[in-house]
Design a protein around this ligand. Structure first.
Ligand code: AMP
Ligand code: ZN
Length: 117
């Protein structure tokens, strides 16, 4: 599994930094955001180090699909599938990406803002 030295989320995958894990598959990990912006705020990441969603998209067979499927399962298990939720990938400087290991934010549990940016 490709990891990036010093990458925060690779270290969470490796168990070197604690996180509240909510789901795990062979290729993905879902854990609670340390600074939640909504009652439900879970990050879903590929275990392999890929910097952003574009890198995941070109990685090959089905990783982006697996990531999105996990987002949906998280929403169901967190009880927000019916009330509604948002899946967000921040990418790059103007996209507001702070951690350069691809992650999807799954947000729900309250009425989210109309504006996205
Ligand atoms: P982004 O701005 O899209 O790169 O989002 C990075 C997210 O990672 C933010 O929502 C942070 O609160 C979250 N985060 C940073 N460090 C940790 C950590 N150790 N455990 C869980 N979430 C974290
Ligand atoms: Zn990483």
């Amino acid at each position: 599994m490709a990891t990036e030295p010093g990458c925060l989320f690779c270290r969470i995958v490796a168990g070197e930094i604690p996180a509240t894990i909510v789901r795990e598959t062979d290729r993905t990990l879902a854990f609670r955001d340390i600074s939640p912006q909504a009652p439900v705020h879970v990050l879903v990441i590929p275990k392999v180090h890929l910097a952003d969603v574009g890198s995941v998209a070109v990685e090959g067979p089905g990783l982006l699909s697996a990531l999105l499927e996990e987002c949906v399962v998280v929403a169901v298990e967190e009880g927000v599938a019916d009330s509604g939720y948002r899946v967000v990938f921040n990418s790059g400087p103007q996209g507001g990406q702070a951690v350069h290991h691809c992650h999807a934010h799954v947000l729900g549990g309250r009425q989210l803002a109309d504006q996205l940016g």
